[in-house]
Ligand binder design. Structure first.
Ligand code: HEM
Ligand SMILES: *[C@@H]1O[C@H](CO)[C@@H](O)[C@H](O)[C@H]1NC(C)=O
Ligand SMILES: *[C@@H]1O[C@H](CO)[C@@H](O)[C@H](O)[C@H]1NC(C)=O
Ligand SMILES: CC(=O)N[C@H]1CO[C@H](CO)[C@@H](O)[C@@H]1O
Length: 426
């Protein structure tokens, strides 16, 4: 509790998640970081607005999937056809110009099938239910991702999150508390070295649009490494390549502890996207559907973007994909090509993180790190993240921590991590 508060103070001083790590390092020009924050503000002014906010399509008794509903855990039994035959409420519906879609293909696809609110303004419960019912993400991981998403980029008072750009007027109860940037907010949840999205700095602040050149590059690695499959070997090699490109090209490259989540997202390609999950094949056809990639020789990189879609005749993975499973994959992907945490202070001029954080020391995960160490690190990140709303008001600190501790402690009960006490603040 004491440690957490001082970390929070440290972070709120620099305002945005991530910058705190780099700003204090020797040789860092903090004005670059501020410039980036400005660009962020400017970009957010054109967030689409759909006056017709419907909420996710309700689950009927005929089509229950895992039974997850209103935030209540499902039964973890997958192998279910999604959307089920006859479940017209969850049929594919293309997003309109006023619907928000962002950097996450998994959430975009779920929204395009009304498992999340079609306008892209989603709630904690919608996120937890949809991850279980569509992909058979385990309840524990579904809660972890939804909590990290909302703490970092959403509003803990209303429990709402925009899956892309800043939609504060719709996610915040009190706009006074500041603005919530949505999942596009840089270096909160969204980070550099994404698979198919540009680094924020390299694309004038567009870190959320699908980039056909990057999709083509990922396919090239799949062809070279795994006979065209997007499996663990492919993703490990391609993530390593993306990191190296960022070091060489992006003077503002930042790779903090939260970047471990990007390894988790990479594992979703071969653990969640194939029909029957890890029992299916992570082939090109599957990736095309979930990433919304269409071959088109006139498009950049030869790939045009269309809305993300669950493939026809697709089944969710049989066993739930749990916190334990994902951290095993994070560690496997990382250790195949270990990378330093830290940031660039200029093009091809990388400073490793000097300050130890959790199990991270000397800028890297130690060789002896276990999946459960990684999981506890994620817990730590989830219970100390500074929401964007803290940029103007700092006295909701306690309530915010209480919120995420309250969400995470129940699912971390048996994870072997040192849990923070629920605080009852007067
Ligand atoms: C509440 C749950 C979730 C949240 C808040 C979330 C958020 C995000 C964000 C912010 C990114 C961008 C990270 C970056 O590359 O900079 C991302 C990437 C990604 N997400 Fe999610 N996500 C969630 C669940 C899922 C699920 C269930 C799946 C798959 C079934 C998924 C698949 C992916 C993939 C494949 C990427 C990488 C895209 C790329 O790098 O091109 N996500 N997610
Ligand atoms: C896509 O990514 C490539 C490789 O990083 C980059 O050269 C190109 O400018 C990007 N395209 C867009 C439209 O951002
Ligand atoms: C803290 O969270 C608990 C549940 O986890 C809740 O009962 C309590 O009211 C919360 N306190 C504050 C001040 O938010
Ligand atoms: C602000 C910004 O860079 N917007 C760009 C987002 O990406 C699309 C297509 O990738 C461009 O058309 C926008 O100009």
């Amino acid at each position: 509790m004491h440690i957490t508060s001082s970390l929070l103070l440290l972070f709120s001083a620099t305002t945005a998640w991530g910058y705190g790590w780099v700003a204090g390092q020797a040789g860092v020009d903090p004005s670059l970081l501020n410039a980036r924050r400005y660009a962020n503000q400017k970009r957010q002014s054109s967030c689409p607005f759909n006056p017709d906010h419907k909420g996710a399509a309700p689950y009927s008794d005929s089509y229950r999937y895992t039974g997850a509903k209103n935030g209540v855990p499902g039964n973890g039994q997958g192998g279910i056809k999604v959307p089920a035959d006859g479940d017209t409420a969850h049929a594919y519906t293309a997003p309109g110009p006023n619907d928000i879609r962002g950097p996450c293909p998994g959430l975009n696809a779920a929204a395009n099938h009304n498992f999340l609110s079609h306008d892209g303004i989603v709630t904690f419960s919608e996120l937890v239910d949809a991850q279980q019912n569509v992909y058979n993400v385990g309840y524990d991981l579904a809660v972890l991702l939804a909590t990290l998403g909302i703490v970092a980029d959403g509003d803990v008072v209303t429990g709402k999150l925009s899956i892309a750009c800043d939609a504060t007027s719709r996610t915040a109860l009190l706009p006074l508390l500041g603005s919530q940037p949505g999942l596009n907010g840089h270096n909160k949840f969204e980070g550099d070295t994404s698979l198919t999205r540009n680094d924020y700095f390299l694309a004038n602040g567009d870190n959320y649009s699908f980039n056909g050149t990057l999709f083509a590059a990922m396919k090239t690695v799949a062809d070279r490494v795994s006979g065209g499959n997007f499996d663990r070997n492919t993703l490990a090699a391609y993530r390593s390549q993306r990191y190296d490109e960022s070091v060489q090209q992006n003077p503002n490259f930042f790779f903090g502890p939260l970047s471990l989540l990007l390894y988790g997202a990479a594992s979703f390609l071969y653990e969640l996207f194939p029909s029957y999950g890890n029992q299916g094949t992570p082939d090109l056809a599957t990736m095309k559907s979930f990433f919304g990639a269409v071959e088109d020789s006139s498009a950049p990189g030869g790939w045009r973007h269309v809305p993300e879609r669950i493939p026809d005749n697709w089944f969710s993975r049989r066993a739930p994909y749990t916190n334990n499973d994902v951290t095993i994959e994070i560690l496997a992907l990382y250790t195949a090509y270990p990378k330093l945490f830290g940031g660039n202070v200029g093009t091809n001029n990388f400073d490793a993180l000097q300050t130890p954080f959790g199990i991270i020391a000397d800028g890297k995960l130690p060789d002896a790190a276990t999946a459960s160490d990684v999981l506890c690190l994620l817990y730590q990140l989830g219970t100390m993240a500074v929401p964007s709303s803290l940029s103007t008001v700092t006295d909701i600190t306690g309530a915010l921590l209480n919120w995420s501790v309250g969400k995470l402690n129940p699912v971390f009960q048996n994870a072997g991590c040192a849990l923070k006490p629920d605080q009852t603040l007067g």
